[in-house]
Design a protein around this ligand. Structure first.
Ligand code: FAD
Length: 258
């Protein structure tokens, strides 16, 4: 299988750097082909802006969505964007690996998503009408591929528990797992999270690698998070609210998981 690992940490000798090296070796030893997009090493341009296309449609006013659509449809995207899209098409599985920074991904990785997820590629796909709201949330360009997050966090696991002060990790990662990965079609596996990174030493590192290695070995058999597909009847269209008879006791993020 082909695995794309998109990695965002500025220091190769960091915990994240070691976990990335471990993951690549484990996957390759198992016979998979791995490509790494090491965003800092690539000096990835994070901001989405008017330079992302080689020939803009309009020059008076830069419209990010319209320019993205125009560039994608006409082969006018800047080369770095097109190359990452090719890697996504090639991949059977995508891993996003990053340290949790301010309750989210580092800006350089957010910038990868914003620029690579072009209009027509990751959004704006399929019929958009009052009867059908596009191919998204379970359908889309990346359907049939798997995705997983590898995240490190300075906070303790309890800080991210059901009543922890930071809020549950599942909620913190929901916009990434549901909004960024499930949206264009990925089957999203439960994340691999390492907590309390300041306490990691040789012994803990070995334990983390054992657990991570198992998750990588199981990449093709782990059950995805059962997010509800948009177009399979659970949602009213065009309101896109969950039908009143489905999980009536639930609201918020949890309602969108079967
Ligand atoms: P490192 O600092 O490189 O390493 C952590 C520990 O692992 C060190 O003790 C190191 O010695 C050890 N280690 C590294 N490699 C190995 C190895 N090969 N073998 C054995 N031991 C090793 N945390 C939160 O919980 N929530 C937040 O919102 C949050 N926001 C942040 C925002 C910013 C801007 C920053 C800088 C940090 C933030 N943090 C937050 C903390 C952050 O999540 C952690 O610092 C990060 O996850 C640690 O990962 P690292 O790769 O940088 O670890």
């Amino acid at each position: 299988m082909n695995v794309l690992l998109v990695y965002a940490h500025p220091e190769p000798k960091s915990l994240n750097g070691s976990l990335k090296d471990f993951s690549v070796k484990r996957l390759e030893d198992a016979g998979h082909v791995v490509q790494v997009s090491d965003l800092y090493a690539m000096k990835w341009k994070a901001p989405l802006d008017a330079h992302d296309s080689t020939d803009r449609r309009t020059v008076e006013r830069f419209d990010p969505s319209i320019e993205s659509k125009h560039a994608f449809e006409n082969g006018l995207q800047s080369e770095d964007i097109a190359r990452e899209q090719d890697k996504l098409r090639w991949a059977d599985a995508l891993i996003l690996q990053f340290p949790l920074w301010w309750f989210s991904m580092p800006a350089i990785l957010k910038g990868w998503v914003e620029r690579v997820y072009a209009y027509g590629f990751a959004y704006g796909v399929g019929e958009h009408s009052d009867a059908r709201w596009g191919d998204r949330y379970g359908e889309g360009t990346l359907t049939g591929k798997r995705a997983m997050l590898i995240v490190t966090a300075g906070g303790w696991e309890s800080h991210y528990g059901a009543r922890g002060i930071n809020g549950p990790m599942d909620d913190i990662l929901f916009p990434i797992q549901h909004g960024i990965l499930y949206y264009p079609g990925f089957d999203v596996l439960p994340p691999f999270v390492t907590y309390r990174t300041g306490r990691v030493d040789e012994a803990k590192f070995t334990g983390i690698c054992d657990a991570l290695g198992q998750r990588l070995d199981d990449l093709w058999k782990t059950e995805p998070i059962p997010f509800r597909p948009q177009n399979a009847g659970a949602y009213e269209i065009p309101e896109l609210t969950l039908r009143a008879d489905i999980a009536p006791e639930r609201s918020g993020f949890a309602a969108h998981i079967a």
